[in-house]
Design a protein around this ligand. Structure first.
Ligand code: B12
Ligand code: SF4
Ligand code: SF4
Length: 347
């Protein structure tokens, strides 16, 4: 079977990008451990526990694996970039979370691809599907499979269509000719580094101090999605109106200027900039109903209200005083403390 045949089958399953990498360790696996040792994973324990070593070799996930079919699913929608958006009354949700949760949708597509590959191979095949949560260096294998290069913002960027892609993999026991990784095309550009509000893109990477990496502890995406406790005070102002995730380092990337957009119903956006007063008043049930089936639920109710309080403090409108006073009276000390901080910002 050839890479082109795999790409044709992946296209039938709705994946815009596909390629093949060998199921062997990648050279930069060492860097992953240095990244964790430097503390850059913050409190994301799933990156640092026993699963860290599983990442060294994809055969730890499927011992018979010979090839990794890597796919990319475009999620961009023809709505504005956060850097073009200006409304003090509204919050901002990052692009990947505007529609339904991608994990289930990607898995369904990969199950179809698995079935097609089996038919095509005409022989018994062992396989394993991975999407995001598996201990696999997804960006590394996607690069090896020719899907794109790793930008200074650490995202996988495709030369033709940008970086608004979810990644997924099908580990298979089939031997398929691997694709070739493309060259890096960032050149002397440093827009993402300059635009990051928290200076989270720091020197480092498999190529040493000349390269770039993300210190999650500073990244708004981590602070608003993954961090469960208090957001360090010195970082709160830079979060601006973000209440879930951040896209600034991709919004400013020249390779996303002409990024393609998806027309598929499963990835259609529902909500990108909800009014802050509305989301500050949500009960837990209303929060679940509003964001049901979207990635936003990952922040959990209390984390979300913590983020909303920060965003209100940063937007600074006088009409936020009353809703913030309500949040400051919350029984949850996390929400109450962030709301008190926000009230101080209103002056
Ligand atoms: C933990 C995690 C995060 C953390 C840490 C991010 C980070 N940059 O490391 C936080 C919470 C901050 C985060 C944020 C986001 N994430 Co995230 N995240 C992950 C997760 C679960 C693990 C990533 C990881 O291992 N990080 C550790 C570092 C060391 O690894 P890495 O960045 O993957 O880098 C490896 C390679 O790229 C390679 N490499 C790095 N630099 C270079 C340079 C060269 C020259 C070469 C050759 C190789 C190379 O070496 C590294 C391994 O040692 C992956 C899913 C997965 N299983 O991989 C999704 C994933 C990376 N996230 C994804 C997305 C969409 C996001 C956000 C856009 C979400 C948002 N809007 O808020 C942001 C983007 C922020 C950013 N600039 O990275 C997508 C990325 C898609 C893409 N096009 O790249 C992934 C792949 C999920 C998926 N299945 O689609 N994420
Ligand atoms: S996602 Fe936002 S905070 Fe994180 S590195 Fe990119 S610009 Fe910086
Ligand atoms: S903004 Fe520039 S440096 Fe950053 S990823 Fe895009 S091309 Fe590379």
């Amino acid at each position: 079977m050839t890479g082109d045949e795999v790409r044709a089958l992946a296209g039938e399953c709705g994946f815009e990008l596909a390629g093949v990498a060998q199921a062997v360790p990648v050279a930069e696996r060492e860097w992953y451990h240095e990244w964790v040792a430097a503390g850059y994973a913050g409190e994301m324990r799933y990156l640092a526990d026993r699963r860290a070593d599983v990442r060294n070799d994809p055969r730890n996930l499927l011992p018979s694996a010979r090839s990794i079919v890597c796919v990319g699913k475009l999620y961009n929608a023809p709505w504005p970039y956060s850097t073009q958006f200006d409304s003090s009354e509204r919050a901002w949700i990052s692009r990947y979370a505007w529609g339904g949760d991608y994990h289930d949708e990607m898995r369904r597509g990969l199950e179809r691809l698995d079935a097609l590959l089996r038919q095509h191979a005409g022989a018994p095949v062992e396989s394993k599907i991975c999407v995001d949560t598996a201990p696999l260096l997804e960006r590394s294998y996607a690069r090896m499979a020719g899907l794109g290069w790793i930008g200074k913002n650490t995202c996988l960027i495709n030369q033709q269509s940008g970086s608004w892609y979810f990644l997924g993999e099908l580990l298979v026991s089939l031997e398929i000719a691997p694709d070739t990784p493309p060259p890096g095309r960032c050149g002397t550009c440093s827009r993402c580094i300059d635009a990051c509000p928290t200076q989270a893109i720091v020197p480092g990477g498999p190529e040493g101090e000349q390269g770039h990496t993300v210190d999650s502890r500073l990244c708004i995406s981590y602070l608003t999605i993954e961090l469960r406790g208090a957001v360090p005070e010195e970082l709160r102002t830079a979060i601006g109106g973000h209440v879930f995730g951040c896209d600034i380092c991709q919004d400013v990337c020249p390779w996303n200027r002409r990024a393609s957009a998806t027309g598929e119903s499963a990835y259609q956006p529902r909500e990108c900039a909800p009014p802050l007063e509305k989301i500050a008043a949500l009960t837990e049930e209303e929060f679940r109903a509003m964001f049901h089936g979207t990635p936003v639920t990952r922040a959990r109710y209390r984390g979300f209200l913590r983020n909303v309080a920060i965003a209100m403090g940063n937007r600074g409108l006088p009409q936020f005083r009353a809703p913030l006073e309500k949040l400051a009276a919350s029984e949850d000390p996390l929400i109450a403390e962030h709301a008190r901080w926000a009230l101080e910002q209103l002056g």
